[in-house]
Design a binder for this molecule. Structure first.
Ligand SMILES: Nc1nc2c(ncn2[C@@H]2O[C@H](COP(=O)(O)OP(=O)(O)O)[C@@H](O)[C@H]2O)c(=O)[nH]1
Ligand SMILES: [Mg+2]
Length: 497
């Protein structure tokens, strides 16, 4: 018996699909099976198209929220807080893949400490040879022209023999040398880890030697590892993350466990502590967090906690979209959160998203008054944030967008002030104001408000929050607040339709 529905007189494939005159029973069975499969594929395509049309239709009423700000301002961390609040299970699914990033953060930090110590070794030798040698402050920016908005200052390397942070030079050097030797296999794994995370993609137009990930890297990290394992027929793989084992990551986990005491010793080393205290060694902000927790992170069977994930650092490439269903007053609306790459070379990719954005959260790290852009070491970070904020406020495409400003990293600002840092040293226009937290945050806030006021044709409101987006409880309260204010605007515009 034939199944006529699939054939048509007009269909050019009719001839090809028509059964031959003397079809055997086996041929007929194969043909029918192929026809069924073809029909299923066709139905699946139709269903995908229908869903896409439905998504397009529905998304007209969705909220589109952009997270903007310079690199390292806290955009991706804020995105994780949204995820934690509105889709917590998805963060659980990713938990294992964050281990790769955290190991990478740890190894990069160790590498940085060791290479900084190496330059200080040279310094000590240079001092021994004669006192005139110039010593650059390690990883501090080179002096350059000062910038227009807040008259920031670029620091110079200061050289002084009496400033040497070394307590016991000979003993210190020999213990560092043996730590370096023992930690070298771990440090060497850095390149492989970087390759794994970026999938071998090198990106230009951003900071030096950084590793980027694209949307969905968490799932791909898991799939790649599973894919490799599936090729080995003797291994029975269950596709759950709990059973996910990447050979490279497992090897690094073993090395970390074996090096736990060495890492702890390096981190507690008086030379390292001295260099950090005298600001001759500048570690990434997250480095300190992970090195402090090394006994836990370097233990066998380590699974990242939510706090670890919030502190993990990996640069975003391009724009990644995250969708959440947000319910308020019994009404559920889809929110599309767009997290962007913030380095200068990445900013052009934001523009296509400006057209139909409803809201922006601009994230500006106010702890960064003593820091400079990695992609342009002459530009003070606060000044860059102000310039960027000016561009956002004055962009005609964004003139009716709901605007929220997060003055972020307030916890790090407090820590810097506690350690004796003076804003005036980096931002001359701060002048002789009192160097305390409250005065400083209000001073920075006033500058952002001024930018907004000068670029506010539509007389829109600017909602400002002082934040530390690694603090879950406080951030979730603020997210609730932002949600309410966006919804008020959303309902007003819906009422006008
Ligand atoms: N202590 C502290 N760290 C933060 C804060 N916001 C972000 N970070 C850390 O700063 C690093 C860069 O943040 P990220 O969200 O990746 O910045 P992005 O480049 O803007 O996406 C990460 O290691 C974060 O954990 C904050 O408010 N306080
Ligand atoms: Mg990011």
């Amino acid at each position: 018996m034939r199944t006529p529905s699939i054939y048509s007189q007009d269909d050019p494939l009719t001839e090809a699909l028509k059964p031959s005159e003397n079809e055997t029973e086996e041929q007929r069975r194969v043909r029918l099976q192929q026809e069924t499969e073809a029909r299923l594929v066709s139905e699946r395509i139709d269903e995908d198209l229908r869903q896409e049309r439905e998504r397009m239709r529905k998304s007209r009423g969705d909220v589109k929220l952009l997270l903007l700000g310079q690199a390292e301002s806290g955009k991706s961390t804020l995105q994780k807080q949204f995820q934690l609040m509105y889709k917590p299970h998805s963060l659980d699914q990713e938990r294992v893949s964050w281990r790769t990033v955290i190991y990478f953060n740890v190894i990069r930090s160790i590498k940085h400490i060791l290479s900084t110590l190496e330059s200080w070794d040279d310094y000590i030798e240079g001092v021994d040879a004669g006192p005139t040698k110039y010593v650059p402050a390690v990883s501090s920016p080179s002096p350059g022209p000062s910038s227009p908005m807040m008259s920031p200052r670029t620091p110079n390397g200061i050289s002084s023999r009496s400033n040497s942070p070394f307590t016991s030079t000979a003993a210190g050097k020999s213990s560092v040398a043996s730590l370096r030797r023992r930690l070298s296999p771990l440090v060497a794994a850095d390149t492989q880890l970087a390759d794994k995370l970026s999938g071998g993609v090198a990106v230009s137009g951003s900071g030096k030697g950084n590793v980027f990930v694209r949307t969905g890297w968490q799932a791909r990290t898991i799939e790649n590892a599973l894919g490799r394992r599936r090729q080995r027929p003797s291994v029975d793989v269950e596709k759950t993350e709990e059973n996910f084992h990447d050979p490279l990551i497992e090897e690094i986990a073993r090395m970390l466990e074996a090096s736990k005491d060495d890492i702890r010793e390096l981190w507690a080393h008086p030379t390292v502590k001295g260099l950090i205290a005298k600001r001759r060694m500048k570690l990434d902000e997250w480095a300190e967090f992970f090195l402090r927790h090394i006994p836990r992170i370097a233990s066998a069977g380590y699974i990242p906690t939510t706090d670890d994930i919030l502190h993990a650092r990996i640069q975003t490439m391009g724009v990644s979209e995250h969708v959440f269903d947000v319910t308020i007053h019994g009404k559920s609306v889809s929110w599309h959160l767009f997290d962007v790459g913030g380095a200068r070379g990445q900013r052009h990719s934001w523009v296509p998203y400006f057209d139909d954005a409803n809201a922006i959260i601009f994230v500006a790290p106010i702890s960064a008054f003593d820091q400079y852009l990695e992609e342009d070491p002459r530009t003070n970070r606060i000044d860059d944030s102000l310039q960027l904020f000016t561009q956002i406020c004055s962009n005609p495409l964004l003139k009716s967008v709901h605007l929220v400003l997060f003055l972020n990293k307030t916890d790090l600002l407090r820590a810097k002030l506690d350690s004796g840092l003076k804003v005036k040293k980096y931002i001359t226009s701060f002048g002789d104001r009192v160097n305390d937290y409250e005065t400083i945050v209000q001073y920075f806030r006033a500058h952002f408000l001024q930018v907004h006021r000068k670029n506010n044709e539509n007389r829109r409101v600017l909602y400002t929050h002082f934040t530390s987006v690694v603090d879950t409880k406080a951030t979730q309260r603020i997210i609730g607040n932002v949600r309410d204010s966006i919804f008020r605007g959303y309902l007003q515009s819906a009422a006008l339709v």
